[in-house]
Design a binder for this molecule. Structure first.
Ligand code: SF4
Ligand code: SF4
Length: 236
């Protein structure tokens, strides 16, 4: 198991402790109650990481990403689905920012809803909520394929996207997948391995990388026997 998988699976194992630290509903509730929470720090961190490292949060840190990777990819459904993450992400961002723009923060409660224990799942009700969040993600992955949640639905993606775009606009150096297309034999092993269902071989052939969707997991690099692909830190 490579380092990325070890880190992301650890993140998943810790989910009963950390669930509330990532919970989209709680950050929205905190904003409406004008309360600065640890979720505001974590989502801010996700945005900052995306500026320099692209979508690496999704492949290394997000426990829901690791959860989807634990599920065997048995589906034969290869059809593209409507991309809802712009809609979910737009609504999510508006719900977080609008109350703050209008009224700002009034108080700080970092361990919002976890004041006593700092642990997310500390009661039977929390456990039910834990399964209400994880079971739909498992079912969606089983029925629709690997990382369907990340590819088409996840509202948190908007923070990655904004970070990537701002890094690119400011021309800041960032991690990228570099490639030597002249070495490519078009075997498509990279495409088959891509966690985000990207046509990596086509991107190499056309010299056009999908910076927005690639989560820098490195699975395509590992799959390529011809050493076409590599992870590098680049100036833009
Ligand atoms: S795995 Fe390597 S050689 Fe095969 S198509 Fe992808 S980049 Fe080309
Ligand atoms: S293109 Fe490569 S690094 Fe990017 S998501 Fe696909 S497998 Fe991961």
């Amino acid at each position: 198991m490579n380092l990325r998988k070890k880190i992301s699976f650890l993140s998943f194992i810790l989910l009963p402790i950390t669930l509330n630290y990532f919970a989209p509903v709680l950050i929205v509730q905190g904003s409406f109650e004008r309360t600065f929470t640890i979720m505001h720090i974590i989502y801010g961190l996700m945005f900052l990481i995306a500026i320099l490292f692209g979508g690496i949060w999704c492949s290394y840190i997000c426990p829901f990403g690791a959860l989807q990777e634990l599920i065997p990819d048995t589906t034969r459904l290869k059809r593209k689905l409507p991309n809802l993450k712009w809609l979910t992400g737009g609504i999510f961002l508006a719900l977080i920012c609008a109350p703050l723009i209008v009224k700002g923060f009034q108080e700080t409660s970092l361990f919002y809803h976890m004041v006593d224990t700092k642990v997310s799942v500390s009661s039977f009700r929390d456990l039910v909520r834990y399964y209400m969040i994880t079971i739909p993600i498992i079912l969606i992955t089983l029925v629709l394929g690997k990382r369907t949640w990340c590819r088409y639905i996840c509202p948190m993606y908007i923070f990655n996207y904004l970070g990537i775009k701002i890094g690119s606009f400011l021309k800041l150096p960032s991690f990228k997948i570099a490639y030597k297309s002249e070495k490519c034999t078009h075997c498509k092993s990279c495409t088959k391995s891509c966690l985000m269902g990207l046509d990596v071989e086509e991107m190499v052939k056309n010299n056009k990388w999908d910076m927005n969707e690639c989560i820098k997991c490195g699975e395509c690099i590992n799959a390529c026997k011809n050493k076409v692909l590599n992870m590098e830190f680049h100036n833009r």
